[in-house]
Design a protein around this ligand. Structure first.
Ligand SMILES: Nc1ncnc2c1ncn2[C@@H]1O[C@H](COP(=O)(O)OP(=O)(O)OP(=O)(O)O)[C@@H](O)[C@H]1O
Ligand code: SF4
Ligand SMILES: [Mg+2]
Length: 341
């Protein structure tokens, strides 16, 4: 495999996260691994409950009770941050790693003005003086498209509409120019024009400050526009990963096939019928012994029910967790051997 030697910003190795509930252990993230370089954007797609948010909370060290990381490592900028103390985490959150949450109210405190909250973060993580901090907040508000920033920064979160709150949160996440930005469905509550502006802004930051971005979204158009690679999640696993072209045009996993059929096409002129993936998501307390997608897969074989598929390397950077390409490869080999005899 031709390896890119440039240094990784993030290395996630065999990460496992479980929630210890009264009903049992919910295995929300079941051993995922990936790497991200500075200035690289990785998209994460997958149906609701597949572990997209929880796996990114692990990077920030903010998995809610009763959940915890039970295995694996998170290496950020060459340092193992899997088990940092809360004090070390606080230093890092907002400064080195910024996060835009799915729900803006998760990160906005209702009792402080929005300007005050960004100011606190700048005070904690930068050497800017009071005037410079105010200037930075105004600059950030302009960047994310909030008019009258001088007035708006003195307002409270409840005085903003949903879309505006999302923009405030984006401004907050970007305030200290983090090395890594985790954007969890950052544009869903925004109208199309603002969505496009935010994506443009992130693209600019990716090149300008070499920011690595993890972009969780259901929007294939956004993925194609901003991401360098994609990870498809299903039942707590990354079941396929590859470049945009590999995932969109040469997908190898039956779940990815289904997912692509169930989402609007990139080309808006095509009005193809969307086909939902039949069947129910997996019970994460008692996941199947073999492939988690087996109960919903039209290509399921005997081995799929018995053994968890290994990661099959299709080409450099393109892997699928599925028996099907392995079987195809095996049959091809048998056929070729037969011919040469
Ligand atoms: N507080 C919790 N207690 C128990 N289980 C939880 C908790 N939070 C999440 N989970 C479990 O973790 C799994 C992954 O959740 P996660 O929020 O990461 O999904 P997601 O892929 O982000 O979905 P969505 O697209 O709806 O945002 C869920 O299926 C759920 O069972
Ligand atoms: S491993 Fe088997 S059941 Fe799972 S997706 Fe592949 S073919 Fe389908
Ligand atoms: Mg989520």
């Amino acid at each position: 495999m031709a390896e890119n030697k440039s240094k990784n910003l993030l290395e996630v190795k065999d990460l496992e996260v479980s929630f210890f509930t009264y009903a049992g252990e919910v295995k929300a993230v079941r051993s995922i691994s990936y790497e991200l370089k500075p200035g690289e954007v990785m998209g994460i797609v997958g149906e609701s409950g597949s572990g997209k948010s929880v796996s990114s909370y692990a990077l920030m060290g903010i998995i809610p009770e009763p959940g915890k990381v039970i295995g694996g490592n998170i290496i950020f900028d060459g340092k193992d941050i899997t088990n940092l103390s809360e004090k070390e985490r606080l230093k890092m959150r907002g400064k080195d790693i910024g996060m835009i949450f799915q729900d803006p109210m998760t990160s906005l405190n209702p009792v402080f003005t929005v300007g005050n909250q960004i100011n606190e973060s700048l005070k904690k993580h930068t050497n800017l003086n009071k005037e410079e901090r105010t200037a930075r907040i105004i600059e950030l508000f302009r960047l994310v498209g909030i008019n009258q920033p001088e007035k708006r920064m003195n307002q409270y979160p409840h005085e903003f509409s949903g879309g505006m709150r999302q923009r405030v949160m984006i401004a907050m996440a970007l305030a200290c120019n983090p090395k890594l930005l985790i954007a969890d469905e950052p544009t869903t509550a925004l109208d199309v024009t603002i969505q496009a502006q935010i994506v443009e802004l992130l693209k600019e930051l990716k090149t300008k400050i070499n920011m690595g971005i993890i972009f969780i979204t259901h929007d294939l158009g956004v993925i194609a526009d901003i991401c360098d690679k994609v990870a498809v999640m299903y039942a707590g696993n990354i079941i396929e990963t590859g470049s945009i072209d590999e995932i969109f045009y040469e997908p190898k996993h039956p779940y990815t096939w289904g997912l692509l059929r169930s989402m609007p096409k990139l080309n808006a002129e095509e009005h193809e019928r969307l086909v939902p993936i039949e069947g129910n998501p997996v019970d994460l307390i008692n996941p199947p012994k073999g492939c988690a997608f087996a109960p919903r897969c039209k290509h399921c074989m005997k081995i799929c029910l018995e053994k968890k598929p290994p990661a099959y390397n299709i080409s450099s950077g393109h892997d699928a967790l599925c028996w099907l390409p392995i079987k195809d490869e095996y049959e091809k080999e048998v056929k070729n051997n037969g011919k040469s005899e």
